[in-house]
Design a protein around this ligand. Structure first.
Ligand SMILES: [Zn+2]
Length: 365
């Protein structure tokens, strides 16, 4: 076998092996930086800054773009450019030595380590570790075959099992204050640099909270066989007056992650979602202020969004109104209830309530 053939063979084997694996990125925070080592890391960071400068010359960067602050360096080869000591919670970076890190416990045993990135953020240095994890690792305790999701405006989801989830992260008062402080500082001054750093940290904190919310929602949805959701044009929302709220929630990003990571059935936008009775199929117009759907035919009285979520689920499976019994029963099983509390309960910005049992606010609190 020639060398080229050997490489081809290895690549083929890797591809084959990874068919049953999912790529996951773990964030590891570098701990206990001594002065000397911080100096070393900063030197690396400064080298990155030069690169970044070149990049900025190539691209037009208007105003303050906080994402541009993140500088990174690729660590391509495991055991060469970086190494991991799982027992001692340490990561070695080529040319810099071993560092104690936080977060290695997240990596499941027997996962295949692919590559890593060293990243500088306002709150410190991180290693982003990409691993290939066995798919079985994610396929655990299915609680229900399918769930329908109604993405309301702004930061609200309603599930066909009666779960209503709110997750608004507003721009904090601190952020606004820091923005004002920065504006007052003289350009090029040391104090301006300090203020900028504080502001960047606050941005990072808010971004982390939002990412955590999305992670938790996805972790919950993973427990369903199939997720049915309405994939309509998010752009239209951006242009409307819900614009800023939608951007904060990043619903588009959340939907993209749903699509890419879980078994989903996207359902096109259709009018009947809100108009149809989920029990008997009767159609009537609802005004925006009607929060409850009253069906004059079968007597069904149900929360407007829950009715939509059940209709979305039905649409996903092309079920008629009399076939939906059991699939979209709007009730939370004890197992589901426990799961919701376990997964969503640790993020104070997520509020989950069940719409079916009246008067049960935030049941995991
Ligand atoms: Zn009805």
């Amino acid at each position: 076998m020639t060398k080229a053939e050997k490489i081809k063979q290895t690549l083929k084997e890797t591809k084959e092996r990874r068919r049953n694996l999912s790529p996951v990125v773990y964030q590891l925070k570098i701990q206990n930086l001594s002065k000397v080592r911080e100096g070393k890391l900063n030197r690396v960071k400064n080298n990155l800054r030069v690169l970044k400068g070149l990049k900025e010359k190539g691209y037009k960067v208007g105003g303050l773009k906080f994402k541009k602050v993140v500088s990174s360096i690729n660590l391509k080869q495991y055991k060469v450019s970086f190494d991991i000591d799982f027992e001692r919670n340490k990561v070695r970076i080529q040319g810099l030595g071993w560092f104690r890190v936080l977060g290695l416990h997240q990596v499941p045993q027997n996962s295949e380590i692919a590559n890593a990135q060293l990243i500088k953020k306002p709150s410190g240095f991180f290693v982003y570790l990409t691993c290939y994890v066995k798919k079985e690792h994610f396929e655990r305790d299915k609680v229900r075959d399918a769930v329908g999701i109604d993405f309301g405006v702004a930061n609200k989801l309603t599930l066909s099992n009666g779960l209503s989830i709110d997750f608004e992260v507003k721009e904090s008062k601190r952020l606004k204050r820091l923005q004002k402080e920065l504006a007052r500082k003289k350009k090029g001054s040391k104090n301006r640099k300090k203020a900028l750093k504080k502001l960047q940290r606050e941005y990072e904190r808010l971004t982390n909270i939002r990412r955590d919310i999305h992670n938790k929602l996805l972790a919950l949805f993973r427990h369903y066989g199939v997720v049915v959701y309405q994939d309509d044009n998010i752009k239209a929302w951006h242009e409307g007056w819900f614009g800023s709220q939608v951007q904060h929630a990043g619903i588009g990003r959340l939907k993209a992650r749903l699509r890419n990571n879980l078994a989903t059935i996207p359902v096109e936008r259709f009018e009947a979602t809100t108009q149809e009775c989920c029990v008997c199929g009767w159609k009537q117009k609802l005004s925006l202020s009607d929060r409850v759907y009253h069906c004059p035919v079968c007597g069904n009285t149900i929360n407007r969004d829950l009715n939509s979520a059940i209709n979305i689920l039905k649409k996903g499976f092309d079920l008629s109104h009399n076939q939906v019994v059991g699939v979209g029963r709007p009730e939370l099983t004890p197992v589901e209830r426990e799961l919701v509390a376990k997964i969503l309960g640790s993020n104070p910005y997520i509020k989950a309530t069940t719409l079916v049992e009246a008067g049960s606010p935030h049941f995991y609190k």
